[in-house]
Design a protein around this ligand. Structure first.
Ligand code: PLP
Length: 417
């Protein structure tokens, strides 16, 4: 049975038709299943004419918002005349996107890159680099509860346990319950069990899918230090955090570390499918001709979008704007916690937050009531993470009046719960 909402004849018709056509596994569960007709800036319009403020940005992808005029114009200009696919061909946007992406890191370790067509493919390529660099070291470390994607090796390092016997999971400080000494102890045990056998340590700046857990700075510094002392590849998964989310262009800047390989995705191309691994040349160059090639990586559309995103970030000072909006967003979310007893915690930074709700049913109800809003306008959330955590991640271009409007809608909508 597809989801149906009152007064949504066209939306209900399209949802029902799709339900009969589409495999269920395609989507994650969201109680609204919005049928979108058009989008502009931070707003979506449903097919039945309702207006929503977008608190999801796709899934943290449309960092510049929808249909951003500067982005769209530049995107078209960079790709003008080029084929959509340029397998094994060199194009100007490919050279420019590669050069500018590496330069945007401004770190000594950002030397070369590999492109990918999705975040999880980028993760796999980064892991392959480390495994090829040290074929005699099969062990891969990852933080417990992380999310790196569902495919292949990316899936092996995702979640609370791994089906891959070469993967070992290390604790991540969730609510500051873990001390540096605890993590050092775990890593010392790994040293003892696998001397000179570890190729890589992969982690995320913050655990998003687990429910938005943002660690103290010591954690990543400690991991980096441990990796450096053993020449273990420190891989930072910035598929979600890249391009401004945490209030810096990259989260490794927010956490003051310099990883060996950084994987980018989502916001990298503002919605055009793109991912990349940027880092140490000695790691990247371990893959020979064809070992990281695929049909769609680094196509002209991708590279044009990457260049256009970098242009707009520079011209419109998107990161500064995100930093200016961050305290306002944090304060408004804490206001919800004061007002509604079912809002149990707010965690986040920049413009990425998790709002923990008392239980899964109430969390789904929050999503649904936000969508219904005042009947004409509402707020769009994805389905809860980790059962009961609402992800708040609007486009980084959201303005204070738009936040005012969104929170007025939310306060009225959640008062019905
Ligand atoms: C931190 C992180 N890593 C990896 C991925 C996987 O990216 P993709 O879905 O593009 O394969 C995601 C996707 O949500 C992510 O959030």
């Amino acid at each position: 049975m597809s989801i149906a909402h009152p007064n949504e004849s066209e939306g209900n018709r399209l949802r029902a038709e799709l339900d009969a056509l589409l495999g269920r596994g395609q989507n994650t569960y969201t109680p609204t299943q919005v049928v979108v007709d058009r989008a502009s800036g931070c707003r979506l319009w449903t097919i039945d004419g309702r207006r929503l403020i977008d608190f999801a940005s796709g899934v943290l992808v449309a960092n510049l918002g929808h249909g951003h005029p500067g982005f769209e114009a530049r995107f078209e200009a960079y790709r003008k005349g080029l084929p959509h696919n340029a397998y094994n061909l060199t194009t100007r946007p490919l050279v420019e996107a590669s050069r500018r992406l590496i330069a945007s890191f401004a770190t000594a370790k950002a030397q070369k890159l590999l492109w990918a067509a999705s975040g999880s493919e980028g993760i796999q390529k980064a892991m392959w680099c480390a495994l090829h660099r040290w074929p005699e070291r099969p062990i891969m470390l990852a933080t417990r509860g992380g999310f790196h994607g569902k495919k292949g090796l990316a899936g092996d390092v995702t979640g609370e346990q791994s089906p891959n016997p070469n993967v070992r999971l290390v604790s991540f400080p969730l609510d500051n319950e873990l001390s540096p000494a605890d993590v050092e102890r775990e890593l010392a045990a790994i040293d003892a069990e696998f001397p000179d056998r570890v190729a890589l340590f992969i982690t995320e700046p913050y655990l998003g899918a687990k429910g938005s857990y943002h660690p103290p700075k010591w954690y990543h510094k400690l991991v980096q230090h441990w990796c450096e002392a053993r020449d273990v590849a420190f891989i930072f998964d910035e598929v979600q955090s890249c391009h401004g989310r945490t209030g810096n262009l990259y989260a490794f800047q927010s956490y003051e570390v310099e990883p060996d390989l950084v994987v980018l995705g989502k916001g990298l191309a503002n919605g055009v499918p793109a991912a990349a691994v940027v880092g140490r040349a000695d790691l990247i160059d371990t893959l020979d001709y064809g070992e990281a090639s695929d049909t769609y990586s680094a196509n002209p559309d991708t590279c044009a979008a990457v260049c256009a995103v970098l242009d707009v970030f520079a011209e419109e000072r998107i990161v500064d704007h995100c930093r200016a909006m961050a305290p306002i967003m944090a304060q408004r979310l804490r206001g919800l916690m004061d007002r509604f007893p079912f809002v149990r915690a707010v965690r986040g930074e920049g413009l990425v937050y998790g709002v923990e709700i008392s239980d899964a049913d109430t969390a789904n109800r929050c999503v649904l009531e936000a969508y219904c809003g005042d009947g004409t306008a509402g707020v769009h959330f994805l389905g809860p993470l980790a059962q009961k955590v609402l992800r708040v991640s609007p486009p980084l271009v959201i303005t204070e009046p738009e936040l005012d409007e969104a929170f007025a809608l939310l306060e009225a909508a959640w008062a019905r719960i």
